[in-house]
Design a protein around this ligand. Structure first.
Ligand code: HEC
Ligand SMILES: [Cu+2]
Length: 482
């Protein structure tokens, strides 16, 4: 009873309680995880992109031995374009590391004796100075070992931090380490590892041969290539990631930079869940999510319909001109309730604002349907200039390694039905035009049969092509062949 009467004492108690609450709140993220005990030891499974190690599930925290070798090696940045990559584990991005909160990681970093330079590793998952960089500096032919406890859950970037740091990152020295919460992430059917990066070469985009790193362009932040997983086409055609209708897909997406921020989007899908910036905050129903340079995101979604879904950096010139395009191929049965495919196609002429004022005038000047070959070619040219030129260029010459030429194209001239099919349905996969390989994506063009007939007639009657006259009837026939 006397205690309650003692005012001073109760004030002290209150202050103490208040302090405790503050300590609890500020420490709640790390309090438990730093105390988690580890007893068993295991060798960490490391994977090259686009694959990830098996989920941690509900295993207890343990001592995890990560053994990674830095390898400087020549590889292909784009068709016919070679580049000397500096890699963690032989791939760009580097090997994926999968752990859980409370794990104690014993990191063995080896620098291959054939390498020319010293390197190190800075893991954003490390709580400690330099993220391990200072303790991991390693010369060619040496191995360093350091260890750390993972306290925070999330998807973290690791990278080399040896000077010049920007150059080491630009050459491919980045990767991801996932720290799962206790009990693991919600299980999904498919998981993949994708990381964006920007590359700077002495020659401009498409210039063949072994390309040197260009420091001046890197400083100006003007990359020649922006790619997923280290090269143009790393995840297209036969290399596309896959899933089946009805499955849930989780993507661990990082952005190594060194410079650009990514606006990550999957064409034709909406992310059900997004772990914003790879952290614990979850957003739903997202179309495009930002990934900072040196940051990450985890997205998941259910694939409901079959088809090829295109993954892009939605800063769209990067995608169609610099390489940041990947594919997810979904197989299974169509679901017409969710996506009907094309039902019908009619000409849409929005009424202009002038129609109320001068209806008669509007009707009188309505452009007559082009009928003669000459009129149809002229009409086709304007369709070309609105729909095709961005990729195939106004000259019809295309762009090396990205968009095939329509000018003097042996591929075009060989088979008109196939050309119509390209415009109707789009195309992806490897083709050979005038002796050069192209392995990219042409999107289906939203044009009616007459417009397709006219644009192709324009193409065939220009640039040294075979002067075919493509009829609307032929386009309709091919459209209905499906
Ligand atoms: C978004 C870029 C893009 C647009 C727009 C585009 N194409 Fe293509 N086109 C491509 C790509 C890429 C290929 C090669 C596809 C592949 O690698 O599978 C291609 C291939 C072709 C081919 C066959 C290859 C050749 O060179 O003969 C034809 C014909 C063609 N396109 C015509 C057209 C026409 C006509 C239009 C406009 C109505 C058009 N394209 C619009 C990107 C595009
Ligand atoms: Cu390095």
């Amino acid at each position: 009873m006397t205690k309650y009467k003692n005012n001073d004492h109760s004030k002290q108690k209150m202050a103490l309680a208040f302090c405790l609450i503050i300590i609890l709140f500020t420490n709640c993220n790390n309090k438990n995880t730093s105390k988690i005990k580890t007893t068993e030891t295991a060798i960490a499974e490391l994977t090259n992109p686009p694959f990830v190690p098996i989920p941690i599930g509900n295993r207890a925290a343990m001592k995890l031995v990560v053994s990674m070798e830095i390898i400087e090696k020549e590889g292909e940045l784009a068709d016919g374009v070679r580049y000397i990559y500096w890699t963690f584990g032989g791939s760009v991005p580097g090997s994926f590391i999968r752990s859980r909160v409370g794990d104690e990681i014993e990191f063995h970093l080896k620098n291959n004796p054939e390498n020319k330079l010293p390197h190190n590793i800075d893991l954003n998952a490390v709580t400690g100075p330099g993220g391990g960089a200072a303790s991991s500096f390693v010369a060619p032919g040496h191995e360093v070992v350091f260890s750390f406890k993972v306290l925070n859950q999330g998807l973290f970037v690791y990278h080399c931090a040896t000077a010049p740091v920007g150059m080491h990152i630009a050459n491919g020295m980045y990767g991801l380490i996932l720290v799962e919460p206790e009990g693991g992430l919600t299980p999904v059917d498919k998981e993949y590892y994708i990381m964006q990066g920007d590359f700077y070469t002495k020659g401009s985009n498409g210039a063949k041969g072994l390309q040197q790193f260009d420091m001046a362009k890197a400083i100006k932040e003007e990359p020649d290539y922006v790619v997923f997983n280290g090269k143009v086409g790393s995840l297209t055609g036969d290399n596309a990631i896959t899933a089946n209708v009805g499955e849930t897909v989780r993507l661990f997406v990082g952005n190594g930079g060194p410079n650009l921020v990514s606006s990550f989007h999957v064409i034709g899908e909406i992310f059900d869940n997004v772990n914003i910036e790879g952290g614990s905050l979850i957003n739903h129903n997202v179309q495009t999510t930002l990934i900072p340079a040196g940051g990450s995101t985890i997205v998941d979604f259910k694939v409901e319909v079959p088809g090829t879904f295109i993954l892009v950096d939605n800063s769209i010139f990067r995608t169609f001109n610099k390489g940041s395009l990947a594919m997810l191929k979904v197989s299974g049965n169509a679901n017409k309730n969710i996506f009907s495919g094309e039902k019908y196609d009619t000409v849409y002429h929005p009424e202009g604002g002038t129609i109320q004022e001068m209806p008669a005038y509007t009707y009188e000047t309505k452009t007559p349907k082009p009928t003669t070959l000459k009129e149809r070619i002229a009409e086709g040219q304007s369709i070309y200039n609105n729909n095709c030129f961005a990729c195939h260029q106004i000259t019809g010459l295309g762009l090396p390694n990205a968009f095939p030429p329509l000018a003097n194209s042996d591929y075009l001239n060989k088979d008109a039905n196939r050309a119509i099919d390209f415009v109707l349905k789009g195309h992806s996969g490897e083709i050979r035009v005038n002796g050069k390989k192209y392995n990219s994506v042409m999107t289906a063009q939203v044009l009616n049969d007459e417009e397709i007939a006219n644009v192709l007639t324009f193409v065939y009657n220009n640039w040294g092509n075979s002067k075919k006259d493509i009829s609307t009837q032929l386009v309709s026939k091919i459209r209905n062949m499906k």
